[in-house]
Design a protein around this ligand. Structure first.
Ligand code: GRF
Length: 198
């Protein structure tokens, strides 16, 4: 199964996945075929090169929805993509894509969905909102992606404590640690759970 990873920014989750996926799932079963980013300056561009994985940039600005959809599908065809991993991808995928890949797209969100999700809830905005609400717990959510932001079926969650004096940066660090610890394994388990037993 050919996997595409999407990332817009630092790419630390993508880096962990590139490094460790092979220890959770055999290459012949599933492997990373391409990295896709909407940002040519994203950290993931160099990380992909270090791992000899092709990286494609889709510049979405000035493209209509239909043109964006076409650009995504073209890449999926080129790399024969069957599974998609969002790892810090800040653009919403068109519904033609989410409809074409039901239960074949997963995302990681740095909070316990359904709370603290939706448009505008990314990066520090999430952690600031969690802290201002006085929550004592936060965590990570891995979920399938459908056409609504942060809405698809939840696959996995892991909690962490929010301490009284935690800043948004403290919480971000803790949560990123959890993401790196769990995302690759959950990705591999999700793919394996979908392969019919012979
Ligand atoms: C992570 O916190 C993830 O939950 C969110 O975007 C961030 C990406 O971080 N979807 P990185 O680019 O993997 O370092």
């Amino acid at each position: 199964m050919n996997i595409a990873i999407f990332s817009s920014g630092g790419g630390s989750n993508a880096a962990v996945i590139m490094k460790t996926l092979g220890s959770f799932i055999k290459k012949e079963t599933a492997s990373l075929a391409v990295v896709i980013s909407n940002n040519e300056k994203a950290g993931v561009v160099n990380i992909a090169a270090d791992h000899n994985i092709p990286c494609e940039i889709i510049l979405l600005k000035n493209k209509t929805d239909a043109q964006q959809t076409e650009a995504y599908f073209k890449l999926f065809e080129k790399y024969k993509i069957e599974f998609i991993v969002l790892a810090g991808y800040l653009k919403k995928l068109p519904k033609e894509i989410t409809n074409a890949y039901p239960k074949k797209i997963i995302n990681i969100h740095p909070a316990l969905l359904p709370a603290y999700g939706g448009a505008g809830m990314y990066g520090q905005f999430v952690h600031k909102a969690v802290i201002s609400a006085g929550e004592t717990q936060s965590g990570i959510t891995v979920h399938y992606v459908d056409e609504v932001y942060d809405h698809g079926q939840i696959i996995f969650q892991e909690k962490c404590a929010v301490e009284k004096n935690d800043t948004a940066e403290d919480l971000a660090k803790k949560i990123l640690g959890l993401e790196h610890k769990f995302y690759t394994e959950i990705l591999a388990d999700t793919i394996l759970s979908q392969i019919p037993v012979k």
